[in-house]
Design a protein around this ligand. Structure first.
Ligand code: ATP
Ligand code: MN
Ligand code: MN
Length: 306
């Protein structure tokens, strides 16, 4: 299989100053996409992706033998690389240094060592103990049609809005959707996790046909589990614009609520089709920063409802 964007030979190449070994190695047998296609993709989306990575500890998924081989989920690097910083040990004293992608070169250095996915924390290194976002990871159970996932995403958005929490949606590039609420970094991890849990219980109580709050494959048949555990200390969610290490190499993309009805799945865009979407970039999330919330009002609301 040959990939549409590939025009380089088997020799190492320099791409934006990154030395790329094995540029023609096939990463995804389904599409024939190669390592050089990933490098090009990350170089293309770097301007959109960097704001989502800024100041956040990042975990990466590496696929040294392509996505059909073993995948390695890594929070640490053996050695520093260009554009990748090792963060202060005090942020997570029990472990090796966390890492941060500090500039577009870091994305390419990572792709050179076969990183496919980038996952970020909900807090920044500048305020590691007070998350600045809350993530709802909508995970469809067995037998859930895409139409139901679309409907459930919109329901969850209205529910959050009613609670005074502005929702920002992105495709996961997999099966479900991610809804992010920007927060002022005022609350500790336990507070944010407990509130996200209360919100999920509330959602499952008022929309029992759509949602379940209990994890486990058996509990979510025909329904959508809202995973609030993405909000624990050190938990991660795939970053917007990250490629997924799954057949087809889909991408996680910020979307507007109006756009959701037109998507044919969470894997709507892939590294091969993303160009049609690049002009819009992060615009569906333009109001993200100015929407950061204090959780005090929702704490009161939920306390009076239970
Ligand atoms: P989908 O829409 O198909 O569910 P997803 O990215 O949401 O795609 P999940 O399995 O729901 O996939 O995982 C949510 C997040 O949890 C991931 O993006 C990742 O950051 C984190 N995660 C999942 N598996 C692991 C793991 N083995 N180790 C560490 N973190 C993980
Ligand atoms: Mn998920
Ligand atoms: Mn999940």
């Amino acid at each position: 299989a040959s990939s549409p964007q590939s025009d380089v030979g088997a020799r190492p190449v320099l791409y934006n100053k990154v030395h790329v070994s094995h540029p023609d190695r096939v990463v995804d047998a389904d599409t024939g996409m190669k390592k050089i296609d990933l490098i090009r993709y990350y170089s293309l989306v770097a301007p959109f992706m960097m704001p989502h990575l800024k100041d956040r500890p990042v975990s990466v998924v590496r696929a040294p033998l392509g996505i059909d081989g073993e995948l390695f989920f890594q929070k640490h690097l053996d050695a520093p690389m260009e554009g990748i910083a090792l963060l202060d040990r005090s942020l997570d004293p029990e472990h090796a240094s966390l890492i941060e992608i500090v500039d577009p070169m870091g994305l390419l250095s990572a792709a050179q060592i076969n990183v496919i996915e980038f996952h970020t924390w909900n807090s920044r290194k500048t305020a590691i103990n007070t998350p600045d976002r809350m993530t709802f990871d909508l995970d469809p159970g067995a037998g859930v049609a895409w139409e139901m996932t679309q409907e459930a995403t919109l329901l969850m958005c209205s529910l959050l809005e009613q609670l005074g929490l502005p929702p920002f949606v992105k495709t996961s590039g997999g099966k479900g959707m991610h809804i992010v609420v920007p927060l002022q970094p005022l609350h500790d991890w336990k507070t944010v996790r407990d509130i996200s849990h209360a919100i999920v219980l509330h959602a499952a109580a008022i929309y029992p046909m759509h949602f379940v709050a209990k994890s486990g494959a058996q509990n979510r048949i025909g329904k959508i589990y809202i995973d609030y555990l993405r909000n624990g200390f050190g938990a991660t969610t795939v970053a917007a614009w990250s490629v997924r290490a799954r057949p087809g190499l889909a991408v996680s993309v910020p979307v507007s609520r109006d756009e959701i009805a037109q998507l044919h799945g969470s894997a709507h865009w892939t590294i091969a089709t993303i160009r049609t979407r690049l002009e819009q970039g992060n615009t569906p999330w333009n109001d993200y920063s100015k929407s950061a919330q204090n959780l005090a009002p929702v704490m009161q609301l939920l306390a009076t409802r239970q």
